[in-house]
Ligand binder design. Structure first.
Ligand code: ADP
Ligand code: MG
Length: 353
């Protein structure tokens, strides 16, 4: 039923999933900012391609390997070129999740959303351009694609619609699927329409001041891309999801010195991130109970984290300053744990998606 090229592509993807597992972990270290010129940043080393070590003073850090290590020299475009094949899987029927993790100020929003200038665009607007371009190519093989977008925010363990006045969204779990009641759905007929949707979402994102940073993102933003594919000749229809996630800051509450309402926010964030880590770590051992239900974040991401035709990539963002080394180490250790569970050493050096 599938043509030869598609069958080959699907087989390739299946082989790669078998070989590499469903979870990939990348690290991105952002460059120093103008405002940081006074601080030193000689603590991070790249001992080999896709390897990183974070030293603390004279204490040498362990060298850790990842699927990708994006040094500060990687531009927005360089990063995208390295992950676009992974995103392409969503057009081939996979549920794909790409999750930016890291402390506040480490570059999550820059990586996912980026700036307005074309070269500063992050993964989300680039994904729009890419998916339209690639879907046009597949149209030559008789497939028709339809895209629609929903943007969701999880703040204090409650869900809100980022494209409809921050209206409350109710999660309903029936069997193994979650329904998002009240979340608006926006058809995307052309790539240029993504800009105004992103600006609406930006306005709606909540930020709160902490000692970590002037404004610190306290919410998880999930940019969901529903993909419907239909092949007229065969009558086959498929649907898949691409979820691009800008997580809340992963810093520890006691290090940012927050109290009251903000402390409650931190507790919710820490809880949802630790459930996310658990779900990712346990995902491969099919026999064990995976606690998706324990947080709204993992309920929303469940279809990208668990099922057989899903793939997840976590991009761990790192602040390069020496005075942030404690948080940076925590972040890459968190990342390394997720990776170890999934990838045997034999395939560590392979460069496939
Ligand atoms: P987060 O979302 O993790 O809190 P941001 O994405 O807001 O962090 O990044 C913090 C600051 O660093 C912003 O001013 C952002 O523009 C800048 N920044 C982050 N990553 C990069 C990068 N790769 N290149 C240049 N500037 C960056
Ligand atoms: Mg942010």
């Amino acid at each position: 039923q599938l043509n030869e090229k598609e069958a080959t592509l699907r087989k390739l993807h299946n082989d790669v999933v078998d070989m590499r597992g469903q979870i990939r972990v990348a690290v991105r270290v952002r460059p120093m900012l103008k405002a940081e010129e006074e601080s030193s940043n000689d603590g991070i080393e790249y001992p080999a391609v896709n390897a990183i070590a974070i030293n603390q003073g004279t204490k040498k850090g362990t060298t850790l390997m990842f699927e990708k290590v994006f040094t500060p020299l990687f531009s927005q475009k360089d990063v995208f070129v390295n992950i676009e094949d992974f995103i392409l899987s969503a057009l081939h029927g996979y549920n794909v999740g790409l999750i930016a993790f890291g402390q506040t100020g480490s570059g999550k929003t820059h990586t996912m959303r980026g700036g307005d200038a074309e070269e500063e665009e992050g993964i989300i607007p680039r994904a729009a351009t890419f998916l339209f371009r690639e879907s046009k190519k597949l149209e030559a093989t008789g497939w028709k694609f339809e895209f629609s977008l929903s943007f969701l925010e999880i703040y204090n363990n409650e869900a809100y619609d980022l494209l409809n006045n921050h209206a409350a969204v109710k999660l309903r779990l029936v069997n193994q699927t979650v329904t998002l009641d009240g979340l608006s759905d926006h058809p995307l007929a052309k790539q240029s329409e993504i800009g105004s949707l992103l600006r609406t979402a930006d306005k709606n994102r909540k930020t709160a001041a902490t000692k970590c940073n002037e404004y610190s993102s306290r919410s998880h933003a999930i940019y969901m891309w529903k993909i419907k594919a239909h092949q007229q000749a065969t009558g086959i229809s498929t649907s898949s999801m691409l979820k691009l996630v800008d997580l809340a800051g992963s810093e520890r509450a006691k290090e940012s010195g927050v109290i009251g309402q903000q402390f409650k926010e931190m507790t919710n964030i820490n809880q949802s991130l630790s459930v996310l880590q658990k779900c990712i770590s346990l995902q491969k051992s099919k026999s064990q109970h995976v606690p998706y239900r324990d947080s709204k974040l993992t309920q929303v991401l469940m279809d990208c984290l668990g099922a057989g035709n899903s793939k997840t990539m976590v991009v761990v963002n790192i602040n390069p300053c020496n005075d942030q080394a404690t948080e940076s180490k925590r972040s890459i250790e968190f990342a390394s744990k997720m990776r170890e569970t999934h990838i045997g050493s034999a395939v560590q050096q392979r460069d496939l998606y």
